[in-house]
Design a protein around this ligand. Structure first.
Ligand code: FRU
Length: 470
């Protein structure tokens, strides 16, 4: 360990021990930072039977600061055990932050690829797009997921195509027919978002191969790209910055979504229209991995960068943000859907079944399943101020009070147009709500800060089941 990492480690441990975060908005089954700030999920994998979830972590600053990688492990994707910080920004090529990346596991070894972020000192002639920064691709390896080899610098900006700005990051690596491939998100000098594909025969020597692009420009930067296949559907995922106007007007500042890939991502391909992974307020930078039993699991950051109207009410308590529940991504009748991992069921206890309507109070963490909804008649109010409702051909998630000190933290309305609503599943945990509509064809995620834990659902003709999550 470098001298800097040793001191940082000591400081961070002190901060974590001092934190005493038994505050009201801490959640029961979502992964949160021990203290300070969390953003993207990184290095997700199942390795020798154990799940590893690393995360972008600023332990010394709940408002976000220099990034290290925190580490959680678990055996069921619901109960996580914190293992400490594994990567510090202690080298010249990652000194402004150990940015996002991914894991590939093979023959008892974990290979972690990440972006070493370097921001050069303030100078007026730096715009930090074409000058003043570096994005380095770095490799570390481990045989236990906790102790890592020395960092190896694999690529610098000089190794990326010359029509790009300095914004290139978030390597996601996979193997196909004996060759390794790496996606990276990028911004061109013309401010067009795209992804790069690199290839390697030995996991160390990488060369640029091709790009993933849309026919027409689509945003100025793509972050955290991902590629996988599930139930025969090929999916290219990207978190896109810079979508403006028309259909993006009533949406989040940045988007996370996917294109279905028709053809070969490594050869000739066409991309479908872009569909959002989530239509709520808090969802960004998802990453996926495959479990040993063959499921495609995706975890998102339940947060949103650069969202000015929002005050996260946990910041005053010394921490901010969490991950979504790990979600199984699957295709049903050709449509890409998401559902909470089935491991959650072991934590659930049936509380009540009802028809038409339900009112309940005092449950902070619950799974509420409303099925056989008739004629799309559905309306729910949670915590007295969060309304979920189908009306005028769209499903809405909205807060009745937009004050930053209210349940909403300052947010208003999100929606998705859909023909009808047949099934709604609401997964709530103290200060978060994830709503899976029509078997997870549409998902809405938000943080919320309820004063009263009240549930109220009206859905005439529907069957309702309420489970408490312990
Ligand atoms: C996405 C992102 C990544 C970057 C990381 C830094 O939220 O901006 O592109 O690697 O966060 O924390």
């Amino acid at each position: 360990m470098s001298t800097l990492a040793k001191d940082l480690s000591k400081l961070i441990t002190q901060e974590e021990e001092r934190a005493g975060l038994q505050t009201r908005f801490r959640q029961k089954f979502h992964l949160m930072p021990p203290v300070g700030w969390l953003n993207d999920p990184n290095g997700l994998c199942q390795f020798q039977g154990v799940y590893h979830a690393y995360f972008q972590y600023s332990p010394l600053n709940p408002g976000g600061g220099v990034k290290v990688w925190g580490h959680y492990t678990g055996t069921n994707m619901i109960d996580w055990e914190y293992q400490g910080v594994v990567l510090y920004p202690d080298q010249p090529f990652d000194c402004s932050g150990v940015y996002s990346g991914s894991a590939l596991t093979e023959d008892g070894k974990m290979y972690i690829y990440y972006t070493g972020n370097v921001k050069l000192e303030d100078r007026e002639d730096y715009d930090y797009i074409n000058s003043g920064r570096e994005a380095n691709t770095v490799l570390v390896t481990s045989s236990d997921g906790q102790h890592f080899s020395r960092k190896k610098l694999l690529m610098t900006n000089a190794d990326y195509p010359s029509d790009l700005t300095l914004h290139v990051r978030d390597p996601k690596v996979w193997k196909e027919q004996g060759t390794y491939y790496m996606l990276q998100g990028a911004r061109t000098k013309e401010d067009i978002g795209q992804a790069l594909i690199f290839e390697s025969a030995d996991l160390t020597e990488w060369k640029f191969r091709s790009r993933v692009e849309t026919e027409k420009p689509f945003g100025y930067m793509w972050e955290c790209p991902d590629y996988f296949e599930t139930d025969g559907v090929r999916i290219f995922s990207a978190s896109v910055q810079g979508l403006e106007g028309e259909e993006w007007e009533d949406r989040n500042v940045y988007q996370s979504g996917y294109f279905e890939v028709d053809g070969e991502i490594l050869g000739e391909y066409g991309l479908s229209e872009y569909r959002l992974w989530d239509y709520g307020f808090d969802y960004y930078a998802p990453q996926s991995f495959e479990t040993e039993d063959g499921r495609r699991i995706q975890i998102g950051w339940m947060g949103m960068p650069d969202c000015e109207e929002y005050t996260n009410r946990t910041t005053a308590d010394g921490w901010q943000h969490c991950f979504t529940i790990p979600r199984e991504v699957y295709a049903k009748d050709g449509a890409v859907c998401q559902r909470p991992v089935r491991e959650l069921d072991a934590r659930k206890q049936s509380v009540r079944s009802a028809h038409d309507r339900i009112e309940a109070e005092g449950y902070a963490a619950y799974d509420l399943i409303i099925s056989d909804i008739k004629d799309s008649r559905f309306r729910a109010v949670l915590g007295e101020e969060l309304v979920l409702e189908y009306r005028d051909g769209r499903f809405e998630m909205r807060f009745t009070d937009q004050d930053q000190a209210s349940v909403s933290g300052g947010r208003g309305l999100r929606y998705a147009a859909m023909e009808n609503v047949e099934h709604v599943r609401i997964l709530a945990d103290v200060s978060s709500v994830e709503v899976f509509v029509n078997d997870g064809r549409y998902v809405f995620t938000t943080r919320y800060y309820p004063e009263r834990e009240r549930i109220c659902v009206q859905a005439e003709g529907a069957a309702i089941q309420l489970f408490e999550i312990g």
